[in-house]
Write a protein that binds this ligand. Structure first.
Ligand SMILES: [Cu+2]
Length: 67
């Protein structure tokens, strides 16, 4: 199981977290997504076939690029 916290400057509220959660959950292998709106961070846990690269590409696609 891999785990990563990502800083996403475009996060402004809980709705952003919900949108991110919704999209990342569609990736096969993503197990858990938690968000922290004030700190503009999400924590993602995943197994293969999901990869950090794929997660980052998906975030970019929905206009929440990770730094
Ligand atoms: Cu928002």
């Amino acid at each position: 199981m891999a785990k990563q916290t990502l800083f996403i400057p475009n996060i402004s509220c809980r709705h952003c977290i919900a949108a991110i959660k919704n999209e990342l959950s569609k990736i096969e292998g993503v197990k858990k997504v938690e968000g922290d709106p004030p700190k503009k961070r999400i924590m993602v846990e995943w197994d293969l076939p999901a990869t950090l690269e794929e997660i980052k590409i998906t975030l970019k696609k929905i206009n929440y690029p990770a730094e």
